[in-house]
Design a protein around this ligand. Sequence first.
Ligand code: ZN
Length: 110
Amino acid sequence: MSRIARKQQKNLIQVIATQRMWRLFELAKREHAEHPERSERYVQLIRNISMRTRTSIPREIKSRICKHCYTFLVPGKNVRYRLKEGYIVVSCQRCRKEMRYPYKRLKNKG
Ligand SMILES: [Zn+2]
């Protein structure tokens, strides 16, 4: 096997980490209806991966995790989304706290 530059290796780790986070996110979505406690576990794993590999959690996944109590947020169940002056306001129904995310269309990165 050829030598891989350190930077490339780091990128690879982050690519794999992101893939794992998406997979766990899918599992969390699927399991939530019947096993909400499993969803919590998946959220924990997502956060662990993110911290261990210093990979940021993809925006879509992040907006589905309460940053105060780390609940997995399910629209129509335990979260409310509102649009407000360029922000998405996410209110967690468990801890009653709000999070704001700037609302803008994703631009293609060059
Ligand atoms: Zn919360």
